[in-house]
Design a protein. Sequence first.
Lengths: 407, 218
Amino acid sequence: MLTRQENHVDHLLRNLAEELDIPLSKYDQAVNRYQSVGSHIERVYYPSASGESLCYCQGSFRLGTVVRPIKEGKESDYDIDLVAQLPIAKNKTSPGEVKHLVGNRLKVDARYNRMLKEEGKRCWTIEYAEEDGIGFHLDVLPAISEVIDIQRHLRSLPIPADAEKYAIAITHKDESMYDWRSSNPAGYAEWFEAINRKILPQIDYNERSILVEKHPEIYARVEDVPPMMVKTPLQRAIQIFKRHRDIRFANSKWEKDKPISMIITTITTRSFSGKPASTVLETIRDLITDLRQSSYGGLITKNGGGWYIPNPVNPEENFADKWHEDGDKKARAFFMWLDWLEQDIEQLLHVHDLGKARVLVPALFGDRVASGALNKLESRFGGSVFKQIAHQRVQINHKPESPWQRG
Amino acid sequence: MDKKNAELIKEQAILVTNKYDGLEFCEIGDGLFLIKGVLAFEGDYEGMVITDAFDIEIQIPPRYPDTLPVVKETGYRIPREFHTNPEDNTLCLAAPLAAKLQFALDRTLLGFIEHLVIPFLFNYVHLQKNGVLPFGERSHGAKGILEFYSEFFQCPDLGVILKLLKILGTHEYLGFEKCPCKSGKNLRNCHGRQLLKCMQLQSTQDFMVEYWGILRLL
């Protein structure tokens, strides 16, 4: 059970994650944007195609771990990732062709053409400016279904059942050469969701009650709250980690070696899978505990001169394949981030003054997000948040009444 | 609310805020009073000591002390499934009459906190730390109320309890009649004493609601 101080810190972390997340109105706007692009792509016939095109969202939008990015020290536009999967067999096409079929389809629309950035290594990026100044970068990733042989091979590896069915072949451009690469964002999302769901029975009712209390203008009863609004401690912890990392590495010489989101998301999820916790604070502490063990809790493997963090839906893909380079630079950056994380959480647990929190928290998570989170905390708990109060001794002389509940 | 009542509430509240540093007393409207903040206690029950602090809000109703205050835990440490009213998130400290009987022994805000609120919190923390509720818990709804009456009247017989409740619900108290519990004694020398105490604390309507609730369990 959390102590009162730990509970306040947990609430602070939840509030921070809420501030980092995409607000509901922007989320609706984002869905609108990517669904329009999706229908635009899905609507036409492509040469050698057999079947329907499928556009679906992946990455943090799919997982529910969106965090407002920081670029050049300032909060910037949201990133949305959309897979554009065309129903063309691998042997009937080439990576360059697939890439340009999607690109050309986008360019056909004058609006998208105007907003399209220069061709990327794997995607086409559409930049949306919005009236409120908070825009989106929509990365459209052209892909086709992966061939049966590769799917069969994946099935022989230790991956979740049926994950290989979602495997896709994506394109990669190097200078003017196009290559195939393998990926499986939908399989990864399924893996994540299966683990994320584990904690729901324990927290669902309570979380919805809290949402009803916080937003009486939107929800009348617990049943009115849509399932996607319930965020788990796993999702919140990942959001906290990403922002904490962004701030800590901003403008430092280690910036380009900072831990990638795939690694943070994967190891946090694997740690959570072993011991699902019902609070953000415990989820964070459990990850730190795991990583401090002698074999990193099985989350990271060091073998020979290299490091190994497998993609759970394709163990042949190693997220840490570049960690050993340059004298283990990325590995060192990761453990440096872990040290910072541990110290910063300890600091928060020893803050006993809202004034001090107002200095510490922005430095760790950014000004806007910190002030929003602390204001919410203060209005919930009053000025006594974080304060240590002397305990009064009370003798309970006879056996008290048992608690009861109406319905 | 009349001035005298408001004065009584303020007097009692001062005793609370003087003792419990983290709690503050405020008036939020005409005649509506709150005590809120941090309740930090070190509870000792038969040598079992639980030290903790909770963010709470106690609402004092206009008809206090004839109506009991209600309390919410505002720190979200206690999950809503644990003895909390879904309509207003107030804590269900005990079966209604049980709470009133307890409060009757010390009709002060300090008494409410120390004999009802703190034991509830003590019970919950003990459960979290040691896996067990030292003060037990009642079943939900009418079943819980039946459990209470069973213990209170020291009588497991459903039929007897219903008869006693009927008397409470209609005020048809005839002291010279034989007690429904079949002890052979007159009502006034048997369960009558308890009935008289109860009748002062709850309306006939409240008792009839409990009567029908228990009847429906059959």
